[in-house]
Ligand binder design. Sequence first.
Ligand SMILES: C[S@@+](CC[C@H](N)C(=O)[O-])C[C@H]1O[C@@H](n2cnc3c(N)ncnc32)[C@H](O)[C@@H]1O
Length: 201
Amino acid sequence: MVRVFYRGLKFDVSPGVYEPAEDTFLIADNLKIRAGERVLDLGTGCGILGILGALQDGKVTATDINPAAIECAKQNATHHKVADRMKFEVGDLFEPVKGEEFDLIVFNPPYLPRSGVLDGDPTGLSCEGGADGRLLIDRFLDEFSRYLSFRGRILLVHSSFSDPQKTLRKLSAQDFCVEVVERPLFFERLVLFRASKKDLI
Ligand SMILES: C[S@@+](CC[C@H](N)C(=O)[O-])C[C@H]1O[C@@H](n2cnc3c(N)ncnc32)[C@H](O)[C@@H]1O
């Protein structure tokens, strides 16, 4: 079990679950929720982003394809006394929330181009996004708008290695207005996309 702290809050991370890192913290630093907003934390890992949303009085659904991640997220939510304000579902991408709508969707997907087993990712679920890193990013971009409310917005992060221009093109093609926040990280940049419908800006 690894223990991670963010702004003085403690999160336990079980074996096989993604340990929150700079990409997580880039979303976390930009996570602002109005009370009562419906938030979907896709690929929740240890639950950190969903829990930060629930601590801001969001109504959070946290999903992950990895059952160990959902167990870990539940335990952290209980520790932070927000488990009763959160729903937890195991499943592939939007499959567990079919027919639902959210005001904010946050996603820190596996986004690195395939390179064999990475340190700290023995299941291969947390970091690798197929040959070009975009497997989950593109699936997300093709589907997310069906799950957004009228005024809904997204926070999506990925690496400069996984073609941020393609993400921008896909969001613009769907009439989304995008703000980009970049953070340098060793040889790459982390890129955060904050997007909402153009005609609402
Ligand atoms: C980079 S980790 C992010 C974890 C956490 N949100 C964070 O920021 O620390 C990616 C997460 O997505 C999950 N994941 C991978 N493929 C998925 C899929 N098809 N559907 C749902 N979750 C998936 C992984 O199990 C992992 O927990």
